[in-house]
Design a protein around this ligand. Structure first.
Ligand SMILES: Nc1ncnc2c1ncn2[C@@H]1O[C@H](COP(=O)(O)OP(=O)(O)O)[C@@H](O)[C@H]1O
Ligand SMILES: [Mg+2]
Length: 289
C-alpha cells in the first residue's frame, strides 16, 4: 500500500492563542514495501509526521493518501477504521500501552476489536510471539511480570496482530541497551523483509538509518530538509553536521581521514567492511606504484 503526503501542513491547537505550526510544505511518497528512516532534532516534527500516516492526526492543510483513502482536514473520524488496521504504529515505550491480564489477551485485543474471531486472534498470538522472539509460554503470563525488553516485544506483537501493511516506528529502541537495540532492529528488519511491510522508522541512530533504510528523510523545523538514499545523505557530512545532526562513525572517520590526507576516497562507505576494502585499494597521491 502506497502512502503520499501532498503539501501537508499541521497546526496544533489551530485558531487558539496556543497555535503551533508543526509541519509545513510536506511532500512525501512512501511506496509499498519501502524502508524509510526519518531523522532530525527533537521538535523538528517527526512524531507529528508519523501520526499523519494512519490518520491519528489529520492535516490542517493539504492531503494524505493512504492506499485509496484520502485524508484531509474535512475527513470524518468514523471512516478511518480501515486505515488504522492497515497502518500499525509502535510508539516510544509501547510497553506503556499494555493493560490486559495475560499476554495472549493483550495481543488478541486489537484484532478482536476489529471483528477477528477469538480462535483466529489466538492463532495469530501464538505465531507472533515466536516471531518477536519470545517463548510460547509467555502467552499465559501477565505482561507486567515480564522484563522491559519482553514487554516491548509483546506490545509490538499486538500491533502486528492487526496484520498491517505498513509499520510505523517512533524511536522503537529508546531506552534499550545496545544489545537490546540491535536485537529489536534486526527483528524489525526481518519482519520488513519476510512480511513485505513498508517500514517508517524515526531514529536518532545514524547507524541504523544507514544500515536499514532505502531512503532517509531529514526533518528540520517542520519541513523536509532533504531526502535521499543513505549514500546520498551521508556523502556530505558537512551538511548534516551543520544541522547539528550526527553521521555514522564510519562516515565521520572517512571524512576526517580524507581531510587529513587532502584526498578523496571517491565513494561513501556505510560500513566498516566497505571502508576497509576501499582503503585497501586507495592510491595515496605521491606514493609510487
Ligand atoms: N500536543 C501538542 N500540542 C502543541 N504542540 C505540540 C504538540 N505535540 C508537539 N508539539 C510541537 O510540535 C512541534 C513538533 O513536535 P514533534 O512532532 O513531537 O517533534 P519530534 O518528534 O521531531 O521531536 C514541536 O514544536 C512541539 O513542541
Ligand atoms: Mg518525537
Amino acid at each position: 500500500m502506497d502512502i503520499a503526503l501532498e503539501q501537508v501542513e499541521y497546526r496544533y491547537q489551530a485558531n487558539t492563542p496556543f497555535e503551533r505550526l508543526a509541519l509545513k510544505n510536506i511532500d512525501l511518497v512512501i511506496p509499498s514495501k519501502r524502508f524509510i528512516a526519518v531523522i532530525g532534532h527533537t521538535g523538528s516534527g517527526k512524531s507529528t509526521l508519523l501520526q499523519h500516516l494512519n490518520a491519528l492526526l489529520q492535516p490542517t492543510k493539504g492531503r494524505v493518501l493512504i492506499g485509496d483513502q484520502l485524508i484531509d482536514s474535512e475527513k470524518k473520524e468514523k471512516n478511518l477504521r480501515k486505515v488504522r488496521q492497515k497502518v500499525g504504529i509502535v510508539f516510544q515505550f509501547p510497553e506503556h500501552q499494555l493493560f490486559e491480564e495475560t499476554v495472549e489477551k493483550d495481543i488478541c485485543f486489537g484484532p478482536m476489536n476489529f471483528g477477528v474471531k477469538k480462535d483466529e486472534a489466538k492463532r495469530r498470538a501464538r505465531e507472533l510471539i515466536r516471531q518477536v522472539g519470545l517463548p510460547e509460554d509467555v502467552l499465559d503470563k501477565s505482561p507486567f511480570d515480564l522484563s522491559g525488553g519482553q514487554m516491548r516485544r509483546v506490545a509490538i506483537a499486538g500491533v502486528l496482530a492487526m496484520e498491517p501493511d505498513v509499520l510505523v516506528l517512533d524511536e522503537p529502541t529508546a531506552g534499550l541497551d545496545p544489545r537490546g537495540r540491535k536485537e529489536v532492529m534486526e527483528m524489525f528488519y526481518r519482519l520488513h523483509q519476510e512480511k513485505g511491510l513498508s517500514t517508517i522508522l524515526v531514529t536518532h541512530s545514524m547507524e541504523d538509518a544507514a544500515i536499514y533504510a532505502d531512503e532517509i528523510v531529514i526533518m528540520h523545523q517542520g519541513e523536509i530538509k532533504r531526502k535521499g538514499t543513505p549514500k546520498e545523505i551521508f556523502s556530505d557530512p558537512k551538511e548534516l553536521l551543520s544541522l547539528g545532526l550526527n553521521v555514522p562513525d564510519v562516515v565521520n572517520f572517512q571524512y576526517l581521514l580524507e581531510r587529513k590526507m587532502s584526498q578523496k576516497l571517491g565513494k561513501t562507505c556505510l560500513s566498516i567492511e566497505e571502508l576497509s576494502s576501499a582503503l585497501k585499494d586507495w592510491k595515496i597521491r605521491g606514493e609510487r606504484s
